[in-house]
Design a protein around this ligand. Structure first.
Ligand SMILES: [Zn+2]
Length: 468
C-alpha cells in the first residue's frame, strides 16, 4: 500500500505522514469567530479537515480532533488595533456578547452537521480557557519573550529567530512597509499582543483579572493554549484556511515553541485554499456574506455543497458560481439516484473484483487528499458494467464513509423547478400550439429542446421542464 503523502506548509513539500503515536492522529482546526454567520467560504475550512479525518478513520487510525470557537479577543484589525469583534457586535445589537456567541456557535454547528462534518472530539471556547491562556502568557514572560506597552503585553518576535520560517516572511520588508497606524512602541512590526488591557474608562462585557491587570487575551493565545491542553505538545496536524497561515499561525507557533521548547510544535501544517467568488471578497464587514441557509433558500441541498467541495482539490482555489453549484447539485442527485438503486441489490460482492477500485479510491486520497480523483472512482463504480450490482453497492457505500454524502440513507430531493426565460417561453409556446392542435409546431419545439437535453413533462398542472 502506498504511504500517505500530505502537503506540509511548514516544509513546502509533500511528505509521508507518520503519526507521533502509532495508530493515533491528533489534529487541531482553527474554528469560527462567532460574532455573525459563517459564510460558505469558511465552511470549506471545516469540510477539508473533515475529509482528512474521515480518510484517517477509513485507514484504521484513531483520530482526536479539536476545533476551537473564538468568542473573545479577535480584533477587527490584525495589527492589534480595532475593536474586539464580539464587543463590536454586542454594541451594535444591544445584546450580550455571550448571547451572540451562543447563537452563532449553534449556527456554525448546525451548518457543519448539515454538510455531514463529523462532530469534533472537542469543541473548546476561548472564553472558557482564560486561566490556561494566562498561564501560557506567564511562561512566555518568565522566559523573556514579552514586553509591556500602554495597551497590553506584547510578544517580541526578535527573541524567536525561527519566527519567519512557517510563512516564509520577509521581515526586513515588513520594517520598510510598516504601516503608520501600527501600535506605537512595538519593537518589531510583527510583534503581537498576548494580553490586552481593558481600555481606560471602557467597561468591556468580557474582561478578566490577570497578573498584568484587567483585560483579555490576545487572539493567537487561545489556539496554542487549548491545543496543548487537549492534544499535548507536539501534535500531528494543524489545519485552517490559508488566510490564517501568515499571521495567526506564525504567532501560535512562536508562542508554543518558546513556551515549551518544542520543535516542531506541529508536524504537519495543512491549509486549504479560498473559495473564490469571481474576484469579489466575501466578508461580514462587506455585508455580502453567502451562507448555507441562503443556498437552501435557493433550493440547494447542503450535501450538494459538500459534493461541490469534493470537486476541487483542497489546495486549489475553487470558484463559486451559482451555475457551478447547480452543476454539482445535478451530479449529486445522479450519484445518489445510482446509490438508491443499488441499496437493495441482492447477493454478495466479490472482494477480488472490487479490490482494484478500492485501492484506486484509497490511493487518490493517500496522495495529498485528492478528492476529485476519488470521486471519479466512485462514478466509475456507479456506472460500471464490469462489476455486479452487489460489488457496486458495497464499493459505493464503502467510499461514502469518506465522501460523507449520505449515499446509504439520503432521500433524493425532488428535482427543483428551474427557470430560464427562453426555455419557459418555448414551453409556453408549445403549450399554446397543443391547445390549438398545431401538433407540428408542438413537436418541433419539443425536438429542439430535447436536442439541448431538456425534458418536458406534461402534468395536470401544465408542462414542466428539467435538464436531463
Ligand atoms: Zn488558531
Amino acid at each position: 500500500m502506498k504511504p500517505i503523502q500530505l502537503y506540509n506548509t511548514r516544509t513546502r513539500k509533500e511528505e509521508t505522514f507518520v503519526p507521533l503515536e502509532e495508530g493515533v492522529v491528533r489534529m487541531y482546526t482553527c474554528g469560527p469567530t462567532v460574532y455573525g454567520p459563517q459564510h460558505i467560504g469558511n465552511l470549506r475550512s471545516q469540510l477539508f479537515p473533515d475529509l482528512l479525518k474521515r480518510f484517517f478513520l477509513s485507514e484504521g487510525f484513531e483520530v482526536r480532533h479539536v476545533v476551537n470557537v473564538t468568542d473573545v479577543g479577535h480584533l477587527e484589525d490584525d495589527s492589534d488595533r480595532g475593536e474586539d469583534k464580539m464587543e463590536a457586535a454586542a454594541r451594535e445589537s444591544g445584546e450580550r456578547a455571550e448571547v451572540i456567541a451562543a447563537r452563532w456557535t449553534e449556527h456554525w454547528r448546525a451548518n457543519r452537521e448539515a454538510v455531514n462534518c463529523l462532530p469534533p472530539d472537542v469543541v473548546c471556547k476561548a472564553s472558557e480557557h482564560i486561566p490556561q491562556q494566562i498561564e501560557l502568557a506567564l511562561e512566555l514572560e518568565r522566559k523573556g519573550h514579552t514586553y509591556r506597552l500602554p495597551d497590553g503585553i506584547y510578544f517580541d518576535i526578535s527573541t524567536f529567530p525561527a519566527y519567519a520560517d512557517l510563512a516564509q516572511l520577509d521581515l526586513a520588508g515588513q520594517v520598510d512597509g510598516r504601516r503608520i497606524e501600527e501600535v506605537e512602541g512595538k519593537r518589531n512590526p510583527a510583534d503581537f499582543a498576548i494580553w490586552k488591557f481593558a481600555p481606560a474608562g471602557v467597561r468591556r462585557q468580557q474582561e478578566w483579572d490577570s497578573p498584568w491587570g484587567r483585560g483579555f487575551p490576545g487572539w493567537h493565545l487561545e489556539c496554542t493554549a487549548m491545543s496543548s491542553l487537549y492534544l499535548g505538545a507536539p501534535f500531528d496536524i494543524h489545519t485552517a484556511g490559508i488566510d490564517l497561515a501568515t499571521v495567526h499561525h506564525s504567532n501560535e507557533l512562536a508562542q508554543a515553541e518558546c513556551a515549551w521548547d518544542v520543535h516542531p510544535w506541529v508536524n504537519f501544517w495543512m491549509h486549504n485554499e479560498f473559495l473564490d467568488f469571481g474576484g469579489a471578497k466575501m466578508s461580514k464587514s462587506l455585508r455580502n456574506v453567502l451562507t448555507l441557509n441562503d443556498l437552501a433558500d435557493s433550493g440547494f441541498e447542503p450535501l450538494a455543497f459538500r459534493y461541490f467541495f469534493l470537486n476541487a482539490h483542497y489546495r486549489q482555489q475553487q470558484t463559486f458560481t451559482e451555475e457551478a453549484l447547480a452543476g454539482a447539485a445535478r451530479g449529486y442527485r445522479r450519484l445518489l439516484a445510482a446509490a438508491v438503486e443499488l441499496r437493495e441489490a441482492p447477493g454478495e460482492s466479490d472482494p477480488e473484483r472490487a479490490a482494484p477500485y478500492r485501492s484506486r479510491f484509497r490511493d487518490a486520497l493517500a496522495e495529498d487528499l485528492n478528492a476529485p480523483r476519488a470521486l471519479a472512482v466512485a462514478w466509475e463504480v456507479a456506472r460500471s458494467e464490469a462489476l455486479s450490482p452487489a460489488d457496486r453497492r458495497d464499493l459505493l457505500l464503502g467510499f461514502d464513509g469518506v465522501l460523507g454524502l449520505s449515499l446509504d440513507t439520503a432521500v433524493p430531493a425532488p428535482v427543483p423547478r428551474e427557470s430560464d426565460p427562453r426555455i419557459d417561453a418555448l414551453v409556453a409556446e408549445r403549450e399554446a400550439a397543443r391547445r390549438s392542435k398545431d401538433w407540428a409546431t408542438a413537436d418541433r419545439i419539443r425536438d429542439e429542446l430535447t436536442a439541448e437535453g431538456i425534458v418536458i413533462e406534461d402534468t395536470t398542472d401544465g408542462a414542466r421542464w428539467r435538464r436531463e
